[in-house]
Design a protein around this ligand. Structure first.
Ligand SMILES: [Zn+2]
Length: 311
């Protein structure tokens, strides 16, 4: 297939929901510009797309990207090279491009962290503004020496989002004593409604009322590092690993006792007052526990001092 034909197919696909136009018609327009008027192909494509945008009365960011849908992911999920993906992210920082081929370069962020982005100069995309949130479709991931980035290309779609994002740090690490396991920990039930997952209180979801909940495990813990306290959330996997109590075992315990609170009690007994090093992404004021390590005891300066005095 010729380059012109391929571009024609991509353009027709972009407008498939908006215009009744055939690949042949698009190809003829492109071909005319390229072969008759000697316009470079990329420029011809932009010109033809502009023509159809006018005809459809659309802005550039309203048309479908080429190549079909790409998967909507979070920043932290970008861990493969050459993946096509979509992100909803905030422009955290813009840097000075070092090459003429690069239109914009900087940092994008969502709740799960930040990632470098590069927008090619010839991508024909709108300027991204620092502090704005965008739905970005059809990005391509890139890996360089173990670091991932995303690239905005000419098939990328850019739409400003009507929302703000609190950008999360990549990871944080806290060391301290587990001084509390808060209510809403242990064996809990979540609302099964789509996109809800709220924790039920007495069988009720604050949004959906009385529902048949789904069992889950969670710990909302408080770590005291000697200077301040940190709220740490363990999801099901982290809770199972941290306490050695699995979801089925927790359900059995609750069934035997006819009481779900025995699970949190058991978890308290196993963990409270001990020292841990917890690391993971932060979300708002919470640290989401990815890795947990049990420490022998406090490792702060005061403790070292006490040991030193006692020698
Ligand atoms: Zn609900």
């Amino acid at each position: 297939m010729s380059d012109v034909r391929q571009h024609a197919e991509e353009i027709r696909e972009q407008f498939s929901e908006h215009l009744d136009v055939t690949v042949d018609e698009v190809e003829q327009r492109l071909d005319n510009l390229v072969n008759e008027y000697r316009v470079p192909l990329e420029e011809a494509r932009r010109s033809v797309v502009s023509h159809y945008l006018d005809e459809a009365g659309l802005d550039r960011d309203e048309i479908r990207s080429g190549g079909g849908g790409s998967e909507q992911v979070s920043v932290e999920d970008v861990d493969e090279d050459e993946q096509w993906l979509s992100l909803t992210a905030k422009v955290v920082d813009l840097w000075e491009p070092r090459s003429d081929a690069v239109g914009q370069v900087g940092l994008l962020g969502d709740e799960t962290g930040t990632i470098k982005f590069t927008k090619w100069a010839d991508s024909d995309l709108p300027e991204l503004e620092e502090g704005a949130v965008y739905h970005l479709g059809n990005l391509v991931s890139d890996e360089y020496q173990g670091n991932y980035s995303v690239k905005l290309n000419r098939t990328t779609t850019v739409a400003e989002a009507d929302e703000d994002i609190e950008v999360g740090d990549d990871t944080a690490e806290v060391e301290g004593a587990l001084v509390d396991i808060q209510s809403g920990s242990g064996l809990i039930k979540r609302c099964p409604a789509e996109d809800c997952t709220r924790v039920l209180q007495n069988g009720r979801c604050s949004e959906h009322g009385e529902v048949e909940g789904e069992f889950d495990l969670r710990i909302k813990g408080v770590l005291d590092d000697g200077l301040e306290v940190h709220e740490v959330i363990f999801d099901k996997e982290a809770t199972e690993e941290f306490t050695g109590i699995g979801l089925q075992e927790a359900q059995d315990m609750a069934m035997d006792a006819l009481d779900t609170t025995v699970v949190a009690e058991e978890m308290r007994e196993k963990t409270l007052g001990r020292y841990y090093r917890v690391s993971g992404p932060t979300m708002g004021r919470y640290l989401l526990a990815d890795e947990v390590e049990t420490l022998a005891g406090p490792t702060d300066a005061e403790d070292v001092l006490i040991k030193a005095r006692s020698i």
